[in-house]
Design a protein around this ligand. Structure first.
Ligand code: HEC
Length: 202
């Protein structure tokens, strides 16, 4: 088999030596990899936004799990109330961007969507209805305010203690105390809970 291939190549290339052939093959492959999309083609603001969102999401879940283990949901609500915005602010400063969370049904009124975010959240709901994978829903656009990026946040089992349909009495009471205008309940696993939102100013 190998000999047949060699003979075929020899026949095809005439007097070109084997090493030259592999040289040519090498350069051909190199040029192919350059012309196809590589990470260097991606807008750096997009990759920065994606990694900031990944870091934010990771830290939030870590803090949440830690707080739940330490003191249960009531304690975790209080931690979330202070820590969530703080983690967002620190990451924003570190990465020279603004990162936060928003939703069509917010708990903290500071997280209410602006018009652009509202439209993207509605677009996410439509795309999900059409069968797009929730974990991959993202959108970005050049706007007057700068580069904007959003990524959908799926509702998981872990979230239901504080965002689900049946909340325990202590959770209800604590939420009522901290968030009198809370509308971030009634979610089911697989719903879009909200989205991460990033602005990278020009
Ligand atoms: C222990 C209770 C608790 C659990 C569990 C919890 N959250 Fe929250 N969530 C909160 C609180 C409290 C806030 C308000 C934080 C703030 O003041 O910024 C919040 C806010 C949010 C927001 C910001 C938008 C808004 O409504 O203000 C998103 C998005 C969110 N949570 C998603 C999730 C997801 C996804 C999970 C599961 C992985 C989850 N949460 C689990 C308590 C919880």
């Amino acid at each position: 088999m190998m000999i047949q291939i060699r003979q075929f190549i020899k026949h095809f290339l005439g007097r070109v030596s084997f090493s030259k052939f592999f040289y040519m093959l090498f350069f051909l492959l190199m040029s192919l990899s350059v012309s196809s999309e590589t990470t260097s083609d991606i807008d750096p603001r997009l990759s920065e936004s994606r990694s900031a969102v990944k870091a934010f999401g990771g830290q939030l879940v870590k803090e949440l799990k830690h707080a739940l283990q330490e003191g249960g949901p009531v304690k975790a609500i209080k931690v979330c109330n202070i820590e969530a915005p703080q983690i967002g602010n620190t990451l924003s400063d570190e990465n020279a961007l603004q990162i936060g969370r928003t939703s069509l049904k917010t708990r903290n009124p500071n997280n209410k969507p602006d018009m652009w975010e509202q439209a993207v959240l509605e677009q996410f709901e439509e795309r999900k209805q059409k069968g797009e994978e929730l974990a991959k829903l993202e959108f970005y656009q050049e706007t007057e305010e700068g580069f904007r990026y959003m990524k959908a946040i799926p509702t998981k089992g872990l979230c239901l203690t504080c965002h689900g349909e049946a909340l325990s009495e202590p959770v209800k009471a604590t939420l009522a105390e901290y968030y009198p205008n809370d509308s971030a309940t009634g979610f089911k696993i697989g719903d879009i809970r909200g989205a991460f939102t990033v602005i990278k100013k020009n």
